[in-house]
Each structure stands twice: as structure tokens, then as C-alpha cells.
Design a protein around this ligand. Sequence first.
Ligand code: BES
Ligand code: ZN
Length: 970
Amino acid sequence: MGGGFYISKFVGVVGIVFGAGAVATVIALAVVYSQEVAKNEAVSPTNGGSTIKPPVTTPGGSTVKPQITTPVIPTTAPSNEPWDKYRLPDTLKPDHYNLTLWPRLTVNAQDLYIFTGKSYVVFQCVKETDLILIHSNKLNYTKWGDDHLAKLSALGSTPAPTIKKSWLQPTTQFLVLELNGKLAVGESYQLDTVFVGELADDLGGFYRSVYTEEGEEKVVATTQMQPTDARKAFPCFDEPAMKAIFHITLLHPPMTKCCIMILIKTSYCPLFSFPNSFWRTSFDKTKKMSTYLLAFIVSDYDYINSTNDNVLIRIYARKKAIADGQGEYALSKTGPILKFFEKYYNATYPLPKSDQIALPDFNAGAMENWGLITYRETALLYDPKMSSNSNKERIATIIAHELAHMWFGNLVTLRWWNDLWLNEGFASYVEYLGANEAEPDWNIKDLIVLGDVHRVFAVDALASSHPLSSREEDIQKPEQISELFDAISYSKVRSSVFSTYLNTFAYDNTVYTDLWDHLQMAVNSTGTSLPTGQTVHSIMNRWVLQMGFPVVTINTTTGLINQQHFLLDPSTAGSVPPSDFKYEWIVPIRWMKTGVVQQQTWLEDKTAHKPDMIVTGNNWILANLNVSGYYRVNYDNTNWERLLGVLSSHHESIPVINRAQLVDDAFNLARAKYINTTLALRTTKYLRSEREYMPWESALDNLDFFYLMFDRSEIYGIMQTYLKYQIEPLFKHFGNITGNWTEVPTGHMDQYNQANAIRVACSTGMEECQTLTKGWYSQWMKDSANNPIHPNLRTTVYCSAIAAGGAAEWEFGWDQFKAATIAIEADKLRSALACTKQPWLLNKYLEYTLDANKIRKQDATSTIVYIASNVVGQSLAWDFMRDRWNYIFTQYGGGSFSFSNLINGVTKRFSTEFELKQLKQFQADNSEVGFGSGTLAVSQSIERTTANIKWVAENKDSVQTWFTTEVPKE
Ligand code: BES
Ligand code: ZN
């Protein structure tokens, strides 16, 4: 085995399965793994070891300035040279690194925060070569005596060749060393470097995060390596398959208590007996691991800890946050979730400790660094007086997600990023299982339908979607890698692969391995019936290798059923990339007839005849029971009418998840012109008697599209009247069951639905609701130390009061935002501040988004999206984004999710030719600057706008008529 385990390709398919045979595989992998580790531990890197003493990492002399002399040979004409390719050649294999880093937590004479570093890597030559390529980005090197950027020594008996030429290749992010002779196969070499980088506030690589505590500004030096930023912290072979052992030492100011890394047993040693100068903390060697999973942090945080089966669990955060008990919830859930995964994977947690740390500035939600998981504060810190049930759910699921990666992803790692979907998809699936263990009363697994199936259906129904798996050669550049972190990778696996597995093949044993074959074995042994001639491979290949998903149409008069590739805009069918499978799937169909569950059947071809599905009279068919499959269902008109009848007379006969699904299917089928828009709208009529969260949420999500399309038109008024009428009983219901809004509903989903009821009642202008929210907010304004609003309702209430208010309400909100001691509260205000109807306040707020002293960089793009979601802010945000694109792109373009979210979010209302023209112009104008990880989002937005224009033209009149006839006459 090269370096650790990898998820390997097998006949072009990669998969994770649940099966009895898997246990043995995991154990076998674990044995091989520990042997690998043992072999590597025999090589003990020593600190130092360079003959030329580099000046820069010698602490004690703060005046020492690194000499930066970096020759850069710019790439002009494209060439076929190895350093112009993005992938590493297969000639060298790292074994271990010895790295010392010294982040400066104060600015230098040039007003910059920097870090200096000294590193060596021991690598083996596996194929003869006279070239060394090692990743390096935005680092400057100190030259060695021979005027080169690195020093090469041989560890074996044959001396190392001398360096002919050394330079940096910024585009492909390499440090290149051309040698005067060949490296010998099987020999080990050591490469020493001394370098300096900026400890910037750019949220990537080794970066700085800043916060204020007791009036004092504090700097945290922290890291975010995934996917390709380890090379921004030190020169390294920065590909996931290049696993190695890391021995890391940090230099830091004394008394920074927390200075942590992958493994424990740190030793603090005041240097040169100067306790007041710098301290050096050396960490234990890591396990053999990928560079993207490294983390190291210097801060003066506090922590709380506990032990779980000999594993030390610590939650680190700002001192005040720890003192306020904000880490307690995370600490209390980590142990049980770890235990659950140990059982689930049938493998003990691979490390002696599990640290989790909350950072004020962090780009993603959380990152699964091995043994030191980093979070944005809102994803880890909890306070029952401040946090909503939704905040709590996010914390439980995100912890479960990252802990799931400790095995799947970290112990067993993808070989290359094209398999990212497997890594993230799997973690996204099991996060629900882990969170369910932590909070068994929440029915959290049902929420997959809303959180994932609907989310991914929305993008996977576009012609610009993509298959789950991509070819390795198609994913090369860092921005292509970043772009893979999208809804398809995260949610399609959870929605399709795993739900198809779990629901169809019904395993009692839930352990993963990496090949469908194991699933096949399990299928064989459990006697699960598959369609004749089909294997697990053949079934799952269709879902993985093709983009999109089918719509299954059932004709209950003839018993004929068929499937078609579901495209939101059917006219784009011609532009769908070719697939070997012609867009046919092998679809498992679970179904019920008039409320009675029937035996599962399969749709294996384009069409099939299922006489069982013929019904007459008042009987009805409902398919995709509990949304166990990744597809939509359409029916003949008669069956639709019968289903509408059931909804309006006894909706409980349809399972609650399917009520949500019927609404979602109907709206989307209407978008794609399978059914009339008015039929879709009619699925919302029964909601006056619906009290459950899921169908309501599904309907509101879908009506949201109508709001986006029509909230600038005359239809807006009647839509508001209709929805106000529909929500009224739900609003009253929650008023009643909460003792007139003084208590909290017991159920988790009821709590969500209570917030929905208030949000919709207030936004549709129900006076009783507005009086309630305005009253709460003004009470808070009078006595800011006592907020009377329950955390579950704050986002909604703040929004409604700020929307109804003027400058005073907004300024009060802004002051509270700045004063908030927990990020979760600040975030609620940050979204609510975008609700004002005053254009001047919205413009002021837009300006704030690009001032990192006001809105943290991590929050800039999402704040712009909040503003664009407000009908008054929409065009302001679009103008702002276009105007500042260059700046936004260069300053804020690092993140993976944020850019596509920004582009999609700001353009989601687009529905006119004029807007389409502007969008295309925007694409053309910025072709030079580019869109980075938002490239796909731009084409998705163009496709969406085109579809919206058509939709509005085709539906406006019928929608207006429908609402007009439906609204109650006063
Ligand atoms: N590995 C990712 C974080 C990440 C994403 C790093 C993109 C770099 C680029 C992590 O495991 C993750 O998926 N985080 C999610 C949370 C999760 C609950 C879906 C996030 O950050 O939102
Ligand atoms: Zn993840």
C-alpha cells in the first residue's frame, strides 16, 4: 500500500455499502494501516539537521527580517513541461516532514502579519527523475549558500545530485528544482527549505482570525488546508494520496495556553531560558495522513474537557465563550456520537484525542482536520438562552458530520478529488445517524427529505448539472476542485445512493466498505430480491454515473408506467451531455393503494405494465412511499384529483413525508410542464387544516418561487391575501398551544413550524402577528439587557420588526449585533438587518459587507445574499456585486461554497429579458477576472433565468386568475 488507505476505483465505480462482509474489510484495513504506521514510526525525524543555519526561524530577535529573494519565471506560452501541469508526477513519494512555524501575532514594520518557517521533507524516489516538484503557494524562500531555494541531501550512500535551477511556478503552485543528475530509485532524500508567508485574513492556509476580548484585540493563527491550501503554509506534496507523517513545532508567545495540533503530549519549553520571549511547542508525530487534514493553531483560548473510553475530548473557544458555558453542549454530545460511530464502523476511534475548536473567522461551517476539528463559532457554541432549536440541530449534525470523517475520509482517504462526492456524501448521510443518536427525539432523519432531497432535486434537474462522479483527468485546477463541493456532492449521495440502499436493500448491519461487491454479497446473503439479471453494480451505476434523476409517471387507468429524465426546462434536453445509459434508471418503487402499503416493485426499463396499479372509484395510488427513492412521481389526472380529494378530506391517510413530497412534486412537475400550475397550487389548499411542519415547509419553499417571480408585480397583493388566509389557523393553533405565545411547543418540528407560522403571518400582513412582534422588539429596545424574545423566534421576530420599522429599529439591531457575545445571536441579527425596507439602509449595509471591521470576511457573501433576498434589496445587491466584482473576487473568492451561493443568491429573482442580458453581460465583462468556484453557478443562473422568463410568460395569467378566485371575498 502506497500511503495509508484510499478509496479505490473498481471497474469505474466507487461506492460505499452497508453489508455484513464489510466488517471484515474494515478490520483488515485497520490491520494493514497499523502496520504502515509502525513501519513509518521507525523513522524518527529530528529537529534541525540543516548545515546552513537559516536565520529566520530563530526566535528571540524580533528584528530579524527574512531575506526574500524569490526568482519567479513567469509562464508565458503554454508548454508541456511537467511544472505547467497541475498534478504531481509519480516520481517521488513523501515519507515524513519536519516543520517549524513561527506565526507573528503582531504586525511587522511593513504593517503585515507574517509567519516564518523552516521545514524539511524526507521523500523516496520511486521513478528515476532529475526534477523535483513540490507544491508551494504565496511563500517566499530564503536562498541557501548555493543560491537555490532549497537544499537537497541524500540519506543513502549515493550523494544527491546538485541543483541546476530552482524557481517558483505560481500558476500551478510549484516550487521547481531542476537537478544536474538523476535521483536514484529506492533512495531517500531530504529537502530543506526556509520560507516566509503572510498570515493574512484570507481564511485559507495558515491565516489569522481576530476578535476583541475585554477591549483588547486578539489574534489567532489558524489553518484551513482543504482542498489545496497546505501549500500556502509550507512546501509540501499537496495531494490527498501523498500521505506522510508530520512532526510539527510551533513557536509562539508565552502563555498562549492553547497551541495545538494533531496529537497530544506537547512540551512547552521556554527558549533560551527567556520565559518572556518565545516558547516552542513540539507535538507528537502524526499518523500517516494527507496534507489537507493538517491543522495547527496558536491562540490564548480556554477549553473544557472530558474523557470517553480513553479518548480525551476537548472543546476550545474564546475565554469568555468557555466561561459562559457555550462549549458544554458540544462536549456533552461528542462522546456519545464518537461511541456511536465506533460501533457503526466497528473500529475504534483512531486517535488518542479529539479536539474541537470554534474560530471567529472561518470560511466553511467546519473542517474535519484529523484530531483537531475547526468550526465557525455558530456551528459549535451553544447557549440555551441564546440558541434556537435550529442552531442546536446544526451543531449536533455538524459535529456528527465531522466526526464521521475521522474514519471515512481521514483514515480511509480519497485518492483524488474527483471522488470527493463519496467522502462528503457519505459523511452527509451518516451525520443524520450520528445526530439522531445525540438527539433521538427529533426525528431528524425525516428532515433529509427537506434538507437534501429537495435541495439537490433543484440543481440536479438542470441541464447544467453533473454526474456524481467525475473523471480524474477533468479535475485538475484548485478552482475545479473547490467547485466540487456543491449540492450534488453533498446531498445526492444522501438522497439517492443511501436512501436507495437503506430502503430497498434493507440491511440490518450498517458498516461501510468501499465496493458495491460487498453490498452484492450482503444482498445474496439476505435474499433481498433484485430485478432479474441486475446486480447492485448495474443498479447503482445508473445513479452515480448519470447526472439527473427520473420522473416516473403512473397511469392508474391503464397500469402503464414510464420514466423520463426530469428536466426543469424540458427544452434543454438537447444540451444534456451524452450518457452511456440514455438516462434510464432502475427505479425501486414502494407504493400504497388507498392507504394500504403494497409490495415493492421495480421499473427497470423505459416503460412497464403494472396491472396492480390500475384503480377505480375512490381508490388511489401513491408512489415513492416515504420518499425512499430518488425520483419524482407523476400520475394521470384522475389519480391527481383523487389525491387532492384525500388531502382535503382526510390528509392523515397519506404519510406526512409524502404530503410534503406531493406538494414538492406537483410544483416541480408544473415547472417542467408535466401538469398545470394550477394543479400544483391546489395542493396548498388543504394547508388550512395541516399542522405538521414538513408539508408546510415544502409548500412555503415552493411558494417562495412564486414570490420571487411575482413580488414585483400586481400578483403580489392577491398572493399575500391567499397566504394570509391559509396561515391563519396555524398561527392561531400555535397561539393556543403556547398559552398565548408564552410557552415553547414540545416537538422539535413543531418549534420549527411555530417560527414559520409567525414568519408567514407577519410577512403577509396579519395585524395580530405584527403587533406581537413589534411589541416584543420595542420592549427589548427599551430594556436591552432583557431580551423577551425566545431564541427560536428571534430570526423571524427581528426581521419582521426591522422590516416594519425605520432607522431606530435598524440602528438598535446593528448595536446589538456588534455587542453580541455569542456568534449565534449576531448571526440572527445579521440576517434580520437585511429585512429593512429602506433602500438607504440597505445600501449602507451593503457597504459594510466589504469592511471586515464591520462584517467578517466569512460572512460577507451570505450577507449580500440576505440583502438580495429582500425585494427592495435585490437590485441594489446586484448593482453592488457587479460594480465590485473584481474586488469581491480577489478578496473574498477563496471559499468553496460562498461564491456559488453568492451568484445564485443574487440572481435568483431574475425573470426578465433585460435581466438575462445583464447577466450575460456580467459573464462577458468578467471573463478575464473569472468566477473561480462560482463558474458553474454563472451558467446555472443563466439557465435558471431563461427558464424563469418562459415560466412567467406562460403562467402569469393563470396564476393571477387562480389566486383571484381562491382568495376569500371579504
Ligand atoms: N470538508 C468539509 C469542509 C470544507 C468544504 C472544506 C469545502 C473546504 C472546502 C466539511 O467536512 C464539511 O462538509 N463541512 C460542512 C458541514 C456539513 C455539516 C455539511 C460545512 O462546512 O458546511
Ligand atoms: Zn464533510
